[in-house]
Design a protein around this ligand. Structure first.
Ligand SMILES: NC(=O)c1ccc[n+]([C@@H]2O[C@H](COP(=O)([O-])OP(=O)(O)OC[C@H]3O[C@@H](n4cnc5c(N)ncnc54)[C@H](OP(=O)(O)O)[C@@H]3O)[C@@H](O)[C@H]2O)c1
Length: 158
């Protein structure tokens, strides 16, 4: 099964200049909790913004420019189909961004782990618009960090 995990502002911003425009430890813990020991799928920009192979996870990186990365936990692919071929359908795999990769994998995604950050944020990378009516909420938890309201949600496709 393919799932997606993203933290998104009120105006759908997810990134600025190849970084994430906030630093919220609780959100990093949420990300870790839901990705650990799973396969994570990301674009080359997101991989470069992280800067290293995420520990205890198998990373699939989509790129047409990088041919090889010397890491036993990283697979490089140049198409969505080649990424899908690497996935065991009996397990959950997480698409972790960025915007280009969220867009490509959205139609395959059955579950969304979304952190809604209740702020208008300046940025240049956005999560694709999608119709909430096609999803139902199976989990929601409110959290406040430095006066910022956050909603951790898990949605499943109807
Ligand atoms: N808030 C969040 O939860 C969150 C999560 C993740 C990322 N982000 C942010 O999102 C931003 C990065 O997103 P982005 O949209 O710029 O980049 P991205 O989706 O991470 O990566 C884009 C790259 O993926 C490769 N790619 C795209 N489509 C492909 C295809 N069909 N086949 C093969 N390779 C393909 C290309 O790499 P090549 O150019 O090498 O070919 C492309 O340049 C950063 O600001 C990051 O911090 C935010």
């Amino acid at each position: 099964m393919i799932s997606m995990i993203v933290a998104v502002s009120k105006n759908r911003v997810i990134g600025i200049n190849n970084t994430i425009p906030w630093n919220i430890p609780k959100d990093r813990l949420w990300f870790k909790k839901h990705t650990l020991y799973k396969t994570v799928i990301m674009g080359r920009n997101t991989y470069e913004s992280i800067g290293y192979a995420l520990p205890y996870r198998h990373s699939i990186i989509l790129t047409n420019t990088i041919k090889n990365i010397h890491s036993s936990t990283i697979s490089i692919v140049n198409t969505v189909q080649n990424a899908l071929l690497l996935l065991d359908s009996s397990k959950e795999h997480l698409v972790i961004g960025g915007a280009q990769i969220y867009k490509l994998f959205f139609k395959y995604t059955k579950r969304l782990y979304i952190t809604y950050i209740d702020l208008l944020v300046h940025g240049n990378i956005f999560f694709p618009n999608f119709n909430l009516e096609n999803w139902y909420t199976i989990f929601i938890k409110y959290y406040c960090y430095n006066k910022i309201n956050l909603y951790f949600k898990i949605l499943e496709r109807k």
